[in-house]
Design a protein around this ligand. Structure first.
Ligand SMILES: Nc1nc2c(ncn2[C@@H]2O[C@H](COP(=O)(O)OP(=O)(O)OP(=O)(O)O)[C@@H](O)[C@H]2O)c(=O)[nH]1
Ligand SMILES: [Mg+2]
Length: 647
């Protein structure tokens, strides 16, 4: 299957999932099975599947054909080049292509001068007013290409300005842009571009990140320490006509080797194989030459030749536009599309499905517990009423008094349940404090200060190490606290179950271990970044400040997701308690009502028992239906099968 087909199928699955989830929510509502924790879980599952993004980043030295490859794989349908691709430096700023239904089709550009301000890219994303916007007409490929041409725009500035913007470094003269006769240097006009368009693949959640060549990559720390490590796949491109150059190797080491991307999420492309097509050689000779280029490149990068895909982006694009099958075959573009499709999307879908099925399992348990509680209440009530057959009015009155007494006792014991809640809340507060933004800020402040200091920072690696050790230690405390809360919940739920016949079960505790893994990865990407030449850039205080901001933004995302998990866990425990209390109160009311009816009418007893039997049968069906609805959600394969909604 090609990338496009895989993505299409993935999209269909997600749509079906959202639909089924909605039906399940309606059904739960109709049967009085919805409570705040279940609602929260449903919302979370919905968001998880709806907002799932797959980011593919293209990284390489300038002019290797990143933009051309994007055109060939994704945009050939427009019949022309959409991303500007030309000789020399073309793409001047990182360009993200994606789809957000809430925003009209447009390209938004963040001015390069924002680098002089301390906000991180993530902060700027939340300030849409600061971006320049050009609307796009997706039905007019010419207008589209013209608007997107803006990502190639440059400005000429003085050396001082260039230095302040991070494009000029006296210590690293090789990386500096050429100085014009007028003393000015060329820098990108924009810092970042966001293209929003309803392209079918982007609508499925694909995000493409096109990057400019080496210099500009190095100058935007957030790209290296945040965006690229989070990409699901990074495509690294070499050109057959240049072979692996020194700067190709630098980029490979800096952006692909050690950023936490797994080798499977890395694709190496040997582009421009058409430059080796040679009329004077036989096709076999050409193939041999390509194969030997491939294995030479693989050797230099230290990977196996099978991991290098040889293609021609330009001929692939041309072939698709002209519907030239033979040329398309010669371009070998299909191999790359297959690797992206099966490898990347297949993998992504598995991860998403397994994450989602855990959520659904929890949902099923929460709801199942409610159904069982109700069933048990009914069975007990039937037994109670059965015992009244043939008994006189005195006995019946006695029973009523007993139920009322039980009810009063139960109401009085509310304090015990409250006590459980308040211990739980107190421990949770401690946990939230450890994960809070203010705590995080405090822990990172020393490092941030060290980064913002002007001059060469020798102690910065140590500051990173110490900060991350502290963060890890705090996370360790948080994990211990989670364990403590969980055993407290287990203990008190067990007691309440024994005392009141509840069926409380502590929800699965949040897994903060993944948070620890993220911390390690963030630290690693920052240290890696510093170790590769960028330590000198750090001499500029603005640069250090930007790095500190980028770090904080990234950590915040990790901590926020931990906080969300803790909240869900808390809600699930609290609403179980609430649900059991509510069911119990209802149960008392129903029992008293049944006894009054029996007191009033002779046939009341049989009638009530029949009613209960009917309810019991209905609950049985409800349970079966619940199993059916939830397993339909987990099974992702038969997406075509419509779901029956009657219960
Ligand atoms: N012969 C040949 N030329 C190609 C191929 N792919 C790209 N090119 C050309 O190489 C030049 C650079 O391509 P781009 O796509 O702009 O390269 P890039 O990697 O995006 O470069 P920057 O945006 O500057 O970082 C363009 O003129 C392309 O047409 C190919 O497969 N064969
Ligand atoms: Mg480009």
């Amino acid at each position: 299957m090609t990338f496009n087909q895989e993505l299409d199928e993935h999209g269909t699955w997600r749509k079906q999932f959202a639909l089924r989830l909605k039906l399940l929510a309606e059904w739960l509502n109709d049967h009085d099975l919805m409570d705040p924790a279940i609602r929260e879980r449903l919302d979370q599952l919905h968001a998880q599947v709806k907002d799932d993004r797959i980011m593919v980043a293209f990284v390489a030295e300038f002019s290797r054909g990143k933009s051309e490859l994007i055109n060939a794989v994704f945009f050939a349908g427009y019949g022309r080049r959409i991303m500007p691709a030309s000789a020399g430096r073309t793409t001047m700023c990182p360009t993200e292509l994606g789809y957000d239904a809430e925003v009209p089709p447009c390209i938004r550009l963040l001015p390069i001068e924002t680098r002089l301000q301390p906000q991180s890219l993530l902060d700027w994303r939340n300030a849409p007013g600061k971006w320049e916007r050009v609307d796009l007409d997706v039905n007019d490929p010419k207008q589209l290409a013209k608007a997107i041409q803006k990502v190639a725009e440059v400005r000429r500035v003085t050396q001082d300005e260039a230095r302040a913007l991070g494009f000029w470094n006296d210590e690293l003269p090789d990386d500096n842009p050429p100085l014009g006769a007028d003393g000015l240097v060329e820098v990108p006009k924009w810092r970042h571009a966001l293209i929003n368009m309803a392209h079918p693949l982007l609508k499925q959640g694909l995000v493409i990140l096109d990057t400019p060549g080496l210099n500009a990559i190095g100058a935007e720390p957030e790209l290296t320490v945040s965006l690229l490590p989070q990409a699901h796949a990074v495509v690294f491109i070499l050109a057959a006509d240049t072979g692996v150059t020194k700067s190709d190797l630098t980029i490979w080491r800096q952006h692909l080797c050690a950023l936490g991307n797994t080798p499977e999420s890395r694709l190496v492309v040997l582009n421009k194989i058409d430059t080796m097509w040679d009329e004077l050689s036989s096709p076999e000779q050409v193939q041999l030459q390509i194969a030997s280029q491939r294995s030479d490149s693989a050797d230099v990068l230290g990977i196996s030749p099978t991991q290098v895909l040889a293609v021609s982006a330009q001929k692939g694009l041309l072939a698709k536009v002209n519907r030239d099958d033979e040329l398309l075959k010669a371009s070998r573009l299909a191999e790359l599309e297959k690797a992206l499709g099966v490898g990347l999307i297949g993998q992504r879908r598995q991860i998403l499905q397994s994450a989602v099925s855990k959520g659904i399992e929890a949902l099923r348990q929460d709801t199942g517990r409610l159904v069982r509680t109700r069933t048990r209440d009914i069975v007990e009530q039937m037994q109670e009423l059965d015992g009244l057959r043939g008994k006189n009015a005195g006995v019946i009155k006695q029973m009523r008094l007993r139920i009322e007494q039980e009810q009063a006792d139960f109401d009085a014991s509310g304090a015990k349940i409250q006590a459980v809640r308040s211990v739980h809340l107190r421990l949770l507060r401690e946990l939230f404090a450890l994960l809070s933004s203010s705590h995080l800020k405090k822990e990172v402040s020393v490092l941030a200060k060290a980064l913002k200091q002007p001059g060469i920072k020798l102690g910065v690696r140590r500051a990173y190490g110490e900060t991350f050790d502290r963060l890890r230690a705090d996370l360790g405390s948080a994990v211990r606290l989670v364990g403590e809360i969980q055993s407290m919940l287990e203990g008190s739920f067990r007691n309440l179950n024994a005392e009141y016949g509840f069926s409380l079960q502590p929800p699965a505790a949040p897994q903060l271990e993944s948070c620890a893994r993220d911390l390690d990865q963030i630290e690693k990407s920052h240290l890696q970044y510093l170790s590769l030449g960028n330590a000198l850039r750090l001499a500029q205080p603005e640069f250090g400040e930007r790095l500190a901001r980028a770090l904080m933004s990234r950590l915040r995302v990790v901590y926020d997701s931990a906080v969300n998990e803790v909240e869900l866990w808390n809600k699930s425990a609290a609403s179980q308690l609430d649900a059991q209390l509510r069911e119990r109160r209802r149960n008392f009311a129903r029992r008293i009502e049944a006894v009054s009816r029996i007191q009033q009418a002779a046939g009341g007893l049989d009638e009530r028992i029949r009613e209960l039997q009917k309810q019991q049968g209905e609950l049985l069906l409800l349970d079966a239906k619940l199993a059916e609805l939830t397993s339909a959600l987990v099974a992702g394969d038969d997406v075509q099968k419509p779901v029956a909604v009657t219960a």
